[in-house]
Design a protein around this ligand. Structure first.
Ligand code: C2E
Ligand code: SIN
Ligand code: SIN
Ligand code: FE
Ligand code: FE
Length: 405
């Protein structure tokens, strides 16, 4: 690669601005979304995907496609679950293996002398036609290879697919280097939270990190759909989605304060034990009392309020002094007194609890779960969230598939 890629100063400013924005984001999915969106905009690419390195494979982690998907809509394709080996035989694998950017002008006319082949399976399945490809390794300036970003079909002014420009070939690797730092940080944040939840709740081997990942992902999708309907602007949606995803993963962190005897009890809790168990909401909230960021603030809110019910029959209710050890959990919260984030997490958590095996129960069938959710709409759950849940149920199921135990 040439050292002095001559970038117009406009482009440089826009790249710097994007990198600054990337650094404000915390969760890996939001960073993937923004990275791919901005890279595609800079290179005028119709589609793209990102593979993240996981163990010794590349895991499909994100996709955008202006031709196939409607923008911002909840999308099953995002949760497709497959991996590629890091080998010279695929385009993405080759980029990961060698650290080189792969430039392809026509995927269907690859020279036989290249070690890699284009895999037409995706095109065949989706009806899409891949022409040009730019596959860029993520992570060349740090030690750790994060993954590979693949941009597809650069477009000319008329929208026709053309080869990627020299300019794109020059500056994309530069952009990718910065994006990988943000991605590394996002991955680290996610891993930190998973580790924290392992300490808190996952003393029970049945409740692995997968539960936490699912509740976070359900909540992010439910929020996004709700916010779109409310007409919330896109930047706010993206930022808030980022925060709710992580905060919602932390909803049960207060279980760290509950004894194993209760937490792991194989049978039904008696009244006394359940009274104790209800304290996990307050214990969790206390961890975020010194809130210094929107993440702390929302984590406080969700930990405290995720067992409140729409009709006021939940817990812990209004609490005058959360530091006190003699709290009467009596004055109920109801309806919109409960924040939208807690109302969303409430549904995500119960759906996941019912779908999963617990020390005290077997997983329920979808039929039975949906029946209960429908029944409890307007009593336990905010009916507008239940409605959105049914609208995006295919995405909810794709998430459940992706984060299996
Ligand atoms: P969790 O396992 O994450 O469950 C979250 C919520 O899902 C529960 O909140 C409840 O609203 C719903 N849920 C879970 N399992 C069932 C079920 O079998 N039937 C119905 N109708 N709803 C269910 P909840 O009840 O406030 O419980 C909070 C936490 O207390 C639970 O979190 C779990 O850790 C514990 N817990 C609740 N009941 C029992 C029990 O009978 N035995 C044991 N060992 N733990 C329990
Ligand atoms: C998107 O991520 O699809 C929207 C990007 C933006 O509005 O900047
Ligand atoms: C992940 O890759 O995000 C977590 C892995 C899993 O829970 O399946
Ligand atoms: Fe809980
Ligand atoms: Fe939970």
């Amino acid at each position: 690669m040439r050292q002095d890629a001559h970038l117009s100063s406009n482009k440089m400013v826009s790249i710097l601005k994007t990198i600054e924005e990337l650094n404000l984001l915390k969760d890996v999915d939001t960073i993937l979304d923004k990275t791919l969106y901005e890279a595609r905009k800079l290179a005028k690419a119709d589609a793209g995907s990102i593979f993240l390195k996981e163990k010794e494979t590349l895991r499909f982690s994100y996709v955008q496609n202006d031709t196939l998907f409607r923008k911002d809509e909840a999308n099953v394709a995002l949760y497709a679950d497959f991996r590629l080996p890091i080998s010279a035989r695929s385009i993405v694998g080759y980029a990961a293996l060698t650290g080189e950017t792969v430039v392809i002008d026509d995927a269907y006319r690859l020279d036989d002398s290249f070690p890699y082949r284009f895999n037409p399976a995706y095109d065949r399945k989706s009806g899409y036609k891949t022409v040009s490809v730019l596959a860029i390794p993520l992570g060349s300036f740090s030690e750790r290879m994060v993954g590979v970003m693949q941009l597809i079909n650069a477009k000319d002014e008329t929208g026709k697919p053309v080869p990627f420009s020299q300019e794109s070939r020059d500056y994309m690797p530069l952009f990718a280097n910065h994006a990988s730092l943000a991605l590394e940080r996002g991955i680290m944040n996610r891993e930190l939270i998973l580790r924290m939840m392992k300490m808190a709740e996952l003393r029970d081997p049945h409740e692995t990190g997968a539960h936490v990942q699912r509740v976070g992902a359900y909540s992010a999708e439910l929020y996004q759909q709700w916010a779109l309907i409310q007409g919330v602007d896109r930047n706010t949606i993206r930022r808030t989605r980022d925060v709710i995803r992580l905060s919602s993963m932390l909803h049960d962190v207060g279980k760290v304060g509950i004894s194993d005897v209760i937490l792991k009890k194989p049978g039904k809790l008696d009244e006394d034990e359940f009274r104790t168990m209800r304290w996990h909401t307050v214990f969790g909230a206390r961890l975020f009392l010194q809130n210094t960021s929107s993440l702390d603030e929302m984590s406080y809110d969700i930990a405290l309020n995720h067992h409140e019910k729409w009709n006021g029959a939940g817990y812990p209710g209004n609490i005058p002094d959360i530091q006190s050890d003699s709290i009467s959990m009596s004055a109920p919260k109801k309806g919109e007194e409960i924040s939208i984030y807690a109302r969303i997490t409430a549904l995500a958590d119960v759906f996941d609890a019912l779908s999963s095996r617990r020390s005290y129960k077997e997983p329920w069938t979808d039929e039975k779960i949906l029946e209960v959710i429908e029944q409890d709409s307007g009593t336990h759950f905010d009916p507008s969230i239940v409605e959105i849940f049914f609208q995006i149920f295919d995405v909810i199921k794709a998430i459940r598939e992706k984060y299996r135990e």
